[in-house]
Design a protein around this ligand. Structure first.
Ligand code: 3MF
Ligand code: MG
Ligand code: MG
Ligand code: MG
Length: 385
């Protein structure tokens, strides 16, 4: 079905539908939406849940009473709409206090405040039932390296993540943590810029099993990398804890386009990976309506993300059934049981492989049929198959 169902587990950041269209050169073009209203609108459209930064719900500087009142109203709206809060995170980027980093600020007072703010945001996330906690280090980076903190910054980042994982365990929150890499914007260079960097860093943490990835389509694309390739690496490492779906032109500012708006083939292979890997977390859209749009455009954007995902999921099923594609795939993957068996190491197999004679002229000249296979894929996506 092309109508989103709860079982599709589509989720949206409160900040996505709530985006007011501000950019570095221009004022907001839309009014802010009340979070409760967003819940109602998303529930009507078949979403499963939402994610939030602490300050998407509770304004910076709210008193304890104000916080409790806001959270109480929001929890009633969750109960009324049946939506879940699937992921929570901290806004460590808007407040100018974080202008030179939060966990990686060179100022110990800012680092300590970032820990305090994150613990409070984790308390909120746990209270709302979130299972995944995301760290997007938006301000963790630099424009100039004259401060000489590159190695220190990685150490401070590690100390903070170790501290916060221990805090979660001490409170019994049971969060799984997901690092969200991004190469740049808002900083000139953000630390841990890609999925690969984050995967490497996780192995240096005290509790690596609690940490995984929240890869974002736009972020890898901004780095000039392939999102399906990054996704595959996160899956292969058993580290796909969450995912941010959207779209992006390469070498542009952070666009946060509607899922599938720009790179349809990469979106198709993204859906294929998510559907075939057994990933069962939320399919989370982290994008927003174009700045040109009014509120109708916001809901067209949200509906479009979900509908495109479902249409691509249908295409994935067709891809697997299409006889020509099946045959082309079959021909592409050349099997050789004897040689594959020799690929399992033993001293004998190594000797046998060293002695093997290969028909290199034949291997050099054989065409694997990828032009045709890719054209069949394009035809499928265009609805011609
Ligand atoms: C920025 C992002 C962030 C993160 C969010 C946590 C504001 O490009 O993608 O959105 O996704 O902070 O998930
Ligand atoms: Mg982003
Ligand atoms: Mg963004
Ligand atoms: Mg994101």
């Amino acid at each position: 079905t092309r109508t989103p169902q709860k079982s599709d587990k589509f989720t949206f950041g409160l900040w996505t539908v709530g985006n007011v269209g501000r950019d570095p050169f221009g004022e907001p073009t839309r009014a802010a939406l009340d979070p409760t209203y967003s819940l109602q609108q998303l529930a009507e459209r078949g979403a499963y849940g939402v994610s939030l930064h602490d300050n998407d719900l509770v304004p910076q500087g709210a008193s304890a009473q104000e916080r409790d009142r806001i959270v109480g109203t929001f929890k009633r709206a969750l109960a009324d709409t049946g939506l879940k809060v699937t992921m929570a995170t901290t806004n460590l980027f808007t407040d100018p206090v974080f202008k030179d980093g939060a966990f990686t600020s060179a100022d110990a007072r800012v680092r300590a405040y970032a820990l305090q703010k994150t613990m409070r945001a984790m308390d909120l996330g746990a209270e709302l039932g979130a299972e995944v906690y995301v760290f997007w280090g938006g301000r963790e980076g630099a424009e100039v390296d004259a401060g000489g903190k590159l190695l220190d910054a990685l150490g401070w980042f590690r100390d903070a993540l170790n501290f916060l994982a221990a805090y979660s365990e001490s409170q019994g929150y049971g969060f799984r943590f997901a690092l969200e890499p991004k190469p740049n914007e808002p900083r000139g260079d953000i630390f841990l810029p890609t999925v690969g960097s984050a995967l490497g860093f996780i192995t240096t943490l005290e509790r690596p099993e609690l940490f995984g990835l929240n890869p974002e389509f736009a972020h890898e694309t901004m780095a000039g990398l392939s999102f399906p390739h990054a996704l595959a690496q996160a899956l292969d490492a058993g580290k796909l804890f969450h995912v941010d779906l959207n779209d992006q032109k390469m070498s542009r500012f952070d666009q946060d386009l509607r899922f599938g708006a720009e790179n349809l083939k990469a979106a198709f292979f993204t859906v294929m990976l998510l559907e075939e890997s057994g990933y069962d977390g939320p399919k989370h859209f982290d994008a927003h309506a174009l700045r040109t749009e009014d509120e109708a455009g916001v809901w067209a954007f949200a509906e479009g993300c979900m509908k495109t995902y479902l249409l691509l999921k249908e295409k994935v099923e067709r891809f697997k059934e299409d006889p020509d594609i099946k045959a082309a795939l079959e021909a592409y993957r050349v099997r050789d049981e004897r040689l594959e068996a020799l690929g399992r190491f033993s001293p004998e197999n190594a000797e046998a492989l060293k002695a093997e004679a290969f028909d290199l002229p034949a291997l050099r000249t054989r065409g694997p049929g990828l032009e045709r296979l890719d054209q069949l894929t394009v035809e499928l996506l265009l609805g011609a198959r």
